[in-house]
Ligand binder design. Sequence first.
Ligand SMILES: [Zn+2]
Length: 462
Amino acid sequence: MKIIKILFVSLITVSTYAQTDAETIRTIYSSSLTNGKSYAWLDHLSNEIGGRLSGSENAEKAVAYTKAELDKLDLDKVWLQPVMVPKWVRGEKETAYIEIGTNKKINVNICALGGSIATSANGLIAEIIEVLGMEALKSMKKDEIEGKIVFLNKPMEATFIQTFKAYGGSVGQRVRGATVAAKLGAVGVIVRSMNLRLDDFPHTGTMRYGDLPSEKRIPAAAISTNDAEVLSKMLKENKGLQFYFKQSSKQYDDVQSYNVIGEITGTEFPDEYIVIGGHLDSWDLGDGSHDDGAGIVQSMDVLRLLKESGIKPKHSIRAVLFMNEENGLRGGKKYAEVAKAKGENHIFALESDSGGFTPRGFSISASDAKFDQILSWAPLFKPYLIHHFERGGGGADIGPLKNDQIVLAGLRVDSQRYFDYHHTANDTFDAINKRELELGAATITALVYLVDKYGFKDEPTN
Ligand SMILES: [Zn+2]
């Protein structure tokens, strides 16, 4: 009898024993590193489907594939959220050269910027003038620019350790350069690729004409950093150089597409939502493994890792695979619009859109109290070398959810190599390291676990 009683007591002890947060997080990381699905999913997305530009057949294949894979996870809900997206098509491979005399030319590597119009069928040839960024361009006069191709050659700032800051400091010339140059009478724009490395890959990315009427629009392309250096050097020796480029890109009418959403419904607060996401579309030159296939498969694996770790979330947790971040943000806007219309209370949203590299931590946009609360969890992340807990933006797709209450976060990774691959032909699966990708998925899951378990404390009232 006594033995039975002792047995009974010890059974009770075992069954009521709760894992500490440190133990749960250990389980999450171990599970991701030994049984993660993110890498296999990304292999399919990258190698079987490929680049997923909005409105393309591949983008729709990616919608169908990720929906089918989420369906296999035994979630509470999986659905497609309709959204109309722009459809821009690159057309034939672009060509370009620097003319250095009669019948002498140097070929250079360019690619049309997303959203750009084509040149005429025969291409465009004109004198080219180097301008070191937007500030310099804005200070120029019409007679300096008129009839010329403007070569915007402001490099990304090499001394910034946060490479996204370097990107932010130079990307304006890619986005708005053509519009400003067109107003000064330019006939075309060539932009130095957003790349900290010197290589031969031109990097595409979105550009916008804003309110520029269609007859005033001029074609815009990116040139590789190596070729930008060559062109700049030659222009120093010969100011009147002619530059030729040809591209056949075209904008079509909007087409139907979808955000893909999977949900584990909360046990205690089913009407309070935590969102994790990335963007399902990518540029067309590579297969979009880092940008943002990585964020997609990590978000999907967060739901799977929660289940596999035996965590039953109190809040509803959604993985949202946003469509059309790159050239429109329609998916992010649509998700926020529907959430608002339904009165859904989102307490936390996290985006992974910085590449599948080694995770370092999070950038967080929150009130002081909520930020401090997240900061108090930092010691739990220390064993995984996660130490970056700083204020900053969450991500483009979750931006439209912003309000006074929600906490927005971005997974921050080692960003030194990101712009070697961003928006270009070498953003491919072979540039992904399996463990780094899996560590990212685990890091997001760990934070989601803590946010879900503790919620966010009310703001102090004073
Ligand atoms: Zn991205």
